[in-house]
Design a protein around this ligand. Structure first.
Ligand SMILES: [Ca+2]
Ligand SMILES: [Ca+2]
Length: 85
């Protein structure tokens, strides 16, 4: 089961514009990753944008809560970069 989830995740990553994100939990260049996740380029990553990367919505939700430090429902670049230090 775990293997299937991983394969699905891999497929999602390959198909989306965030291949850098797949490479590592701590990307070399979080700013570049942020830009690739922020699909509409408004400078904020919403739950929907982040969850597009995750097959598992629970994992996505956990990540979002970690990233969204001030809890306003958006992850800005500063929050994202800070989370990957
Ligand atoms: Ca956005
Ligand atoms: Ca925030």
């Amino acid at each position: 089961m775990k293997k299937i989830v991983l394969l699905l995740l891999l497929a999602v990553f390959v198909l989306t514009a965030a291949p850098v994100f797949a490479a590592s939990e701590k990307p070399e260049n979080p700013e570049a990753v942020f830009v690739s996740i922020d699909v509409d380029k408004d400078g904020k990553v919403t739950r929907q944008e982040l969850c597009a990367l995750f097959a598992d919505k629970v994992v996505c939700e956990e990540k979002f809560i970690v990233y969204d430090k001030n809890g306003d429902g958006y992850v800005v670049k500063e929050e994202f970069v800070e989370a990957h230090r």
